[in-house]
Design a protein around this ligand. Structure first.
Ligand code: ACO
Ligand code: LMR
Length: 264
């Protein structure tokens, strides 16, 4: 019989060996003919299944809403400085992407982890927030540099409205809102931010779509797929900032002395 040589790589999401490439078994021609969008492609390549349209549209809305947030945020700032140092597109892009992390854009997975755990354990928002405080951990998904209780993040409202209309259940989102109500009673900057909104709503999407079993949901949350949404989205804006700086022929950036406190 045939002897199979051992392979060094296992891959399960795409295949380019046939007449046309496939994503999770779906041929490219089907993707084009059926008018699939980027949300469908993400479903196939990340989740290895076709998700219902209301889910893929939610993914697309997350990407559109997180694509950019102006030139002053950490990622765009790094990209602008790098582009102005004469570096190429990839260098400018990755220097911005590298700022995505627990404080900026990369709190989605931890928000999902902590909100899920708190809901599973039946903690009241008070118990949850105070237990985080005791551990010295900031609640991921809560807080913003410029958004306030009286100046909410429009992106969060838009995501909530979409879920309200299309999701069968918003259990985790409702919990996150209760957490926000409690944190806002402590300080006006402790709003539910876009990372917290996506983290909690994605938990509702995973559970409500009926497309994932409990073990799969746990694995997605544990591995941490969801920061990928912000990384992917923000790459769009960072590429735009790179082109913008090049188009404007901006010179090397040097931070002004007046804006530095030189001290011993
Ligand atoms: N949980 C608990 N307390 C918080 C939180 C939080 N998430 N965020 C801020 N605080 C508290 C701080 O402890 C601080 O109190 P203290 O001075 O007594 O220690 C007070 O609120 C003010 O905090 P600042 O440090 O001034 O807040 P800052 O504006 O620098 O932080 C940030 C903003 C980084 C977003 C912060 O709120 C945070 O770390 N949040 C959690 C991570 C997160 O969700 N990041 C995603 C933000 S959205 C995005 O990037 C797209
Ligand atoms: C963003 O999406 O980049 C922001 O929410 C972060 C910020 O500081 O405004």
């Amino acid at each position: 019989g045939k002897i199979r040589a051992p392979t060094h790589i296992i891959s399960t999401i795409s295949d380019d060996r046939g007449e046309e490439p496939t994503y999770a078994g779906v041929p490219m021609s089907t993707i084009v003919e059926r008018g699939y969008g980027v949300g469908d492609v993400i479903s196939l390549l990340w989740f290895k299944r076709s998700l219902p349209r209301y889910c893929t549209k939610f993914i697309e809305i997350c990407i559109m809403l997180c694509a950019d947030h102006g030139p002053c945020v950490s990622g765009a700032h790094n990209t602008i400085v790098t582009a102005r140092a004469g570096k190429d597109l990839v260098s400018s892009l990755v220097s911005g992407l590298l700022t995505i992390g627990p404080r900026f854009g990369g709190a989605i997975d931890d928000a999902a982890r902590y909100f899920k755990d708190a809901v599973d354990r039946g903690l009241t928002p008070y118990e949850f927030v105070e237990s985080m405080k005791k551990k010295g951990i900031r609640v991921p998904g809560i807080g913003h540099r410029i958004k306030r209780g009286d100046n909410r993040d429009k992106r969060v409202e838009l995501l909530q409205e979409y879920a309200h209309t299309h999701f069968p259940s918003q259990k985790h989102m409702d919990y996150a809102v209760q957490v926000e109500t409690y944190t806002l009673s402590k300080a006006n900057n402790l709003v539910l931010n876009v990372d917290g909104a996506i983290g909690s709503l994605f938990l509702d999407l995973l559970a409500g779509s009926g497309m994932f079993n409990k073990q799969e949901i746990d694995e997605i949350v544990e591995i941490g797929y969801l920061n990928g949404l912000f990384v992917l989205a923000r790459a769009i804006g960072l590429i735009g900032h790179t082109f913008d700086q090049k188009r404007l022929k901006q010179p090397l950036y040097r931070h002004p002395w007046e804006d530095v406190l030189y001290t011993k």
